[in-house]
Unconditional design. Structure first.
Length: 225
């Protein structure tokens, strides 16, 4: 299996390039469970081609709001802020990674954003055998993805989150499951993001709307409660 062959199979597995190119925006709502902290949340994500994204979250516990937060990339700049923490204006590798994550069609062309993509072997993700693919961005932090050898769907991603203000890097692992067809493309309706600081953060999609109008003004700082 060459990298080009695997890339073609992963694109076909999620609906094919033509189906993805027909989509220019996406609004996703999700229920979130911070499993190790006794905290729940409601999250909304806005994404717009070619490279704009905003994520909003409201954290609750025992029926009371604990705080709100957001992160965004508007095509050139980005930041993260929570009502209980200072603003983190992205710079350096953190800004590079935000740019990569916001690329609406990034998964359709591995060569665009990466100087090196390599299949390094196979490994188990749960009960599934998976190809391990190493990605080295032209700008940003390297990471690995695991694609099922049976369905060619993305099962897991692992890497590090760099800091905008220090040399600190936080390891993370995200697993993906419950793929469903939405407007001809497949999306993972469940993800589990695991870090040392937050433990397991389980997100389950409750709504997906695609090709909806989104004003560019959405992708910017929010007023937090």
């Amino acid at each position: 299996m060459t990298v080009d062959e695997l890339e073609a199979k992963t694109i076909a597995a999620v609906g094919g390039e033509a189906a993805w190119r027909k989509i220019t925006s996406r609004v996703v709502e999700a229920d979130v469970d911070l499993a190790n902290q006794g905290v729940q949340a409601k999250a909304v994500s806005y994404a717009k081609a070619p490279n704009k994204i905003l994520n909003e979250i409201t954290l609750t516990a025992l029926g009371k709001t604990l705080g709100t937060g957001y992160d965004f990339f508007d095509g050139s700049t980005g930041q993260e802020e929570y009502s209980f923490a200072p603003v983190d204006k992205y710079s350096g590798l953190r800004l590079d990674d935000a740019r990569l994550a916001a690329d609406f069609y990034g998964p359709l062309d591995w060569k665009t954003n990466f100087k090196k993509v390599e299949i390094t072997g196979t490994a188990k993700v749960g009960d599934e055998e998976a190809y391990v693919v190493s990605f080295e961005p032209k700008a940003g932090t390297p990471y690995k993805e695991y694609y099922s050898t049976r369905t060619f769907l993305l099962l897991k991603r692992e890497g590090v989150i760099p800091s905008s203000t220090s040399e600190q890097k936080l390891p993370y692992t995200v697993t993906f499951s419950d793929y469903r067809d939405v407007d001809g493309v497949k999306l993972a309706f469940k993800s589990v993001n695991s870090t040392v600081s937050n433990g397991d953060v389980i997100s389950v999609i409750t709504s997906v709307k695609q090709n909806v109008p989104i004003d560019d003004k959405v992708f910017g700082p929010r007023k937090l409660q």
